[in-house]
Design a protein around this ligand. Structure first.
Ligand code: BDP
Length: 673
C-alpha cells in the first residue's frame, strides 16, 4: 500500500454486460472498460450507455437511469460510469437524474518546468518533464500519464496545463511540442485536454523577432503560425494560459498595451481551432501601497474588452493563496467578461507536503462567499459558473500537487485535495463533509493489514467518523497556528514559505514581499488598515459587504486584521482583548494538531502499516511546526504589544533570537519520511 492507486484502489468486482453504441472512439472504449473492470453492483446486470440529445444535459453532463447512463458526449458517458462506480464503492445509491458540471472546463495547472523541477512542488520531480530527457517517451512515462489521466477523469477533470505559468519559451519549440503531443495522446482517451502556459515574449526569445508587441503584425503572424503548428499535431489542443506583466514576466504592458490587447491577440490566434486563452489577473507592482487592490484596479476597467474565447483567471483571494483570504473582489465585478477561479492545490502556504490540510473547506468557503454583485445570493460560485452572468465560457483551475513521488502528492492526505478539487469543479455546491467521506471510503476502506477484525460499523465509528472530522478541522488548525484573525503573508521566505517569518525584511527587498508590509505590527497595534481611512480596499467590495468589512464591530473575526489595524487591547466579540485572542488562536492550533496525532494513532488497526506510519511521521513534524509558529509569532508580536502571554496558553519553548537565527541562517532540509 504505497498510495499509488489513489482513490482508485482495486477491489472485488462482478461481471456486468455493457451495451454501448458502435464507435471506434477511444473515449467510449475507456468508459466500457472502466465499467467492466469496476462494477460492484448486481452480478450479471446489463448497463446501457446511450448517446442522445437531451436538453437537460449541459457540457459533459449525464443522466443516470435504472437502465444505465445517457449523455450528449462520450466524455459524459465516462463521467456517468465513474459516478456509478463511485456510488457502489461508497455505499450510496446512484441518484437517478441529470448531473451537469458547474464549469465547462475543470483544469489542473501544473507548475512544471522543462528541466523536470516543479515550482512549489513538494512531491518530487515533474511527471511530464525531465532534465536528461532525450524526449523519447518511455513506457513508464505512458503508464504514469495514463494513471494520472484516469484519476482526473474519475473526478471529472477535463484539462491539464502541463507546464509552469512562469513559462519557458522552449515549450513552444518543435522538440518540446513533440512531447506535448505524446502527452496529449495519452490523456485524450480519458477526456483530458492538453493546454500550455506560454511566455508572452516567445516571439522574441524563440522566434527571433525584435518585439513581442501584440499589435505588431509580425508578432500576430508568429502566434498564428505557432497556433497552426500546434493544432496540426494536436487537433483538440485546449489553448493557452498566460501570466503576463506579473512578477517580472513579460507582457503587453512592456509595449504600452493593455492586458486586453495581449489576450485578444492570442485569442485570435487560437480561435480558428476553437482554442481558449486563460489570462491570469495575478498582477501587482512593487510600488503600490496595497497589493490587495491591484488586480481589481487593473482589470475592472477592461471589463467587456476581451474576446469571448478569453477567460480571466483569478486567484481565490486578492493577495496570494494564503491560509485564509477574503474572496477576490474581482469575482462578480467583471460582468461582461468570463472569469474563472484559480485555487492552489499544492500547499505552498499551508505546510507543503508535510502538514495535513484538507483544502476543500477553504474552497467551499470561497465559493460560498456572497459577493452581492447582483443582489444577495451572488456567491462566488454563481458569479463564475454562468448562473448570474451570461459567460461564454466557464472554468475552474487548481494548481496541481502532483509529482513523481510514489503516492503522487507526498503527503497521503494531499491526494484528498486533488480529489476535492475535481469534485468541486464538477459541483460547486458540494459539501466538504461529503467529499471527505467519499475520499476516505475509496482510499482507505479495506486497507487494514489485519483485515478480519473490522466490521463496517466498527470501521465507520472508529476510522471514518474521527478521520473525517480531523480532515474538516485541519485547514482551520493551520490558520490558527500560522495566520489567525486575518493575518497573512507572514511566512518564512528562507524556507520557501514553510514556517514562520514575521520579521523577514532584508534591506532593499521590495516591501510587498516582506511580512511587515502585511502585518504592520507596531506599539499601537497590528493589522493592515484597508478601511476607508486606510488603503480603502473595502470599497472594492459591493455593499452591504463593504460597510460590514469596514467596521471592526461587524467585520468577521476571520478577516479582522486583513482589513483593520487595531490596538492590542481592542475588545473582541468574545470579550477577550485582541492580544489575548491572538494568543488563544495560536495555542488552539497547536492543540488541534496534537489532537490529530491522537486521532490518527487510534486508526492503526484500520490502516495498512505503510500509510499509517507515513501519516504519523508527517503529523509529528507538523506538530513541531505548529509549536514553532506559535512561539515565533507570539514572541515576535510581543515585542510590540509588551503584554504577557496569558497563563492559559502553553509557554513558549523557543526564544525569539533562536527562531530568527534558525530561520535566517540555516536553510532547513524538509523532512521526507
Ligand atoms: C506565488 C508563488 C510563485 C508563483 C506565483 C503565481 O510563490 O511561485 O509563480 O504565485 O501564481 O504564490 O504566478
Amino acid at each position: 500500500e504505497d498510495g499509488h492507486q489513489l482513490w482508485l484502489r482495486p477491489h472485488a468486482t462482478v461481471p456486468v454486460t455493457v451495451v454501448a453504441p458502435a464507435s471506434r472512439s477511444v473515449l467510449l472504449a475507456t468508459a466500457k472498460q472502466e465499467l467492466q473492470q469496476g462494477w460492484q453492483g448486481n452480478a450479471g446486470a446489463t448497463v446501457t450507455l446511450t448517446l442522445k440529445k437531451d436538453k437537460a444535459i449541459r457540457y459533459d453532463g449525464y443522466r443516470i437511469s435504472p437502465s444505465g447512463v445517457q449523455a450528449v458526449t462520450e466524455r459524459g458517458l465516462l463521467y456517468g460510469v465513474f459516478e456509478l462506480i463511485r456510488c457502489q464503492q461508497t455505499g450510496q445509491a446512484a441518484q437517478a437524474g441529470v448531473s451537469n458540471p458547474s464549469y465547462e472546463y475543470r483544469l489542473l495547472n501544473h507548475w512544471d518546468n522543462p528541466d523536470g523541477s516543479v515550482e512549489r512542488g513538494y512531491a518530487g520531480q515533474s511527471i511530464f518533464w525531465r532534465k536528461d530527457s532525450s524526449f523519447v517517451t518511455t513506457s513508464r512515462d505512458k503508464t504514469l500519464w495514463q494513471e494520472y489521466a484516469r484519476a482526473n477523469a474519475s473526478v471529472g477533470i477535463n484539462g491539464a496545463v502541463v507546464n509552469n505559468v512562469n513559462a519557458s519559451p522552449r515549450i513552444l519549440s518543435a522538440e518540446y511540442l513533440a512531447r506535448v503531443k505524446a502527452i496529449a495522446d495519452v490523456l485524450r482517451p480519458y477526456g483530458v485536454k492538453t493546454f500550455l502556459a506560454v511566455k508572452f515574449s516567445s516571439p522574441v526569445l524563440l522566434g527571433g523577432l525584435k518585439t513581442a508587441d501584440p499589435l505588431d503584425p509580425a508578432v500576430v503572424k508568429w502566434w498564428q503560425a505557432k497556433a497552426k503548428e500546434i493544432y496540426q499535431q494536436i487537433p483538440d489542443f485546449g489553448g493557452f494560459l498566460v501570466k503576463a506583466s506579473s512578477e517580472g514576466q513579460p507582457g503587453p504592458q512592456d509595449y504600452g498595451r493593455t492586458h486586453a490587447d495581449g489576450a485578444n491577440m492570442l485569442a485570435d490566434a487560437v480561435r480558428p481551432y476553437g482554442g481558449l486563452v486563460m489570462w491570469r489577473a495575478f498582477v501587482y507592482s512593487p510600488s503600490d501601497k496595497d497589493r490587495a487592490k491591484q488586480a481589481y484596479n487593473e482589470f475592472v476597467p477592461l471589463d467587456g474588452k476581451f474576446r469571448d474565447n478569453v477567460i480571466i483567471q483569478v486567484k481565490n483571494g486578492p493577495v496570494d493563496f494564503q491560509p485564509r483570504e477574503p474572496f477576490s473582489p474581482l469575482f462578480g465585478a467583471m460582468k461582461k467578461t468570463s472569469v474563472m477561479p484559480e485555487f492552489q492545490i499544492t500547499q505552498e502556504y499551508l505546510g507543503h507536503s508535510i502538514d495535513l490540510a484538507f483544502l476543500s473547506t477553504m474552497w467551499e468557503e470561497c465559493l460560498g462567499s456572497d459577493t452581492y454583485q447582483a443582489g444577495p445570493g451572488s456567491t462566488v460560485a454563481r458569479v463564475t459558473d454562468g448562473s448570474v452572468y451570461p459567460q461564454k465560457h466557464t472554468a475552474m483551475a487548481g494548481v496541481a500537487n502532483t509529482g513523481l513521488d510514489r503516492n503522487w502528492t507526498g503527503q497521503d492526505f494531499g491526494q484528498a485535495n486533488w480529489y476535492a478539487f475535481g469534485r468541486l469543479a464538477w459541483n460547486n455546491q458540494l459539501k466538504s463533509a461529503q467529499i471527505a467521506d467519499e475520499w476516505l471510503k475509496q482510499t482507505f476502506a479495506g486497507a487494514a493489514d489485519q483485515q478480519a477484525t473490522a466490521s463496517a460499523a466498527d470501521w465507520n465509528a472508529n476510522f471514518l467518523a474521527p478521520v473525517t472530522q480531523m480532515m474538516l478541522d485541519s485547514r482551520e488548525a493551520v490558520v490558527n497556528y500560522s495566520m489567525p484573525l486575518g493575518l497573512h503573508h507572514i511566512m518564512s521566505a528562507t524556507h520557501d514559505h514553510y514556517g514562520p517569518g514575521p520579521w523577514w525584511a532584508p534591506p532593499k527587498m521590495r516591501a510587498d514581499w516582506t511580512p511587515p508590509y502585511y502585518h504592520q505590527a507596531d506599539a499601537q497595534g497590528v493589522g493592515f488598515n484597508r478601511t476607508t481611512t486606510g488603503s480603502n480596499a473595502v470599497s472594492q467590495y459591493h455593499e452591504p459587504l463593504a460597510s460590514q468589512l469596514n467596521d471592526p464591530a461587524t467585520c468577521p473575526d476571520e478577516y479582522l486584521l486583513w482589513f483593520h489595524h487595531l490596538p492590542w487591547d481592542f475588545k473582541m466579540k468574545s470579550g477577550n482583548t485582541l492580544w489575548n485572542e491572538l494568543c488563544a488562536h495560536y495555542d488552539k492550533g497547536v492543540h488541534q494538531v496534537r489532537q490529530f496525532q491522537q486521532t490518527w494513532d487510534q486508526t492503526r488497526p484500520y490502516v495498512d502499516a505503510e500509510r499509517f506510519a507515513a501519516v504519523q511521521n508527517k503529523l509529528r513534524a507538523q506538530s513541531g511546526a505548529a509549536v514553532l509558529w506559535k512561539d515565533a509569532c507570539l514572541l515576535y508580536f510581543q515585542q510590540f504589544s509588551k503584554l504577557p502571554i496569558p497563563a492559559s496558553v502553553e509557554p513558549p519553548m523557543h526564544t525569539l533570537d533562536g527562531v530568527i537565527a534558525n530561520d535566517m541562517v540555516r536553510p532547513r532540509p524538509l523532512p521526507r519520511p
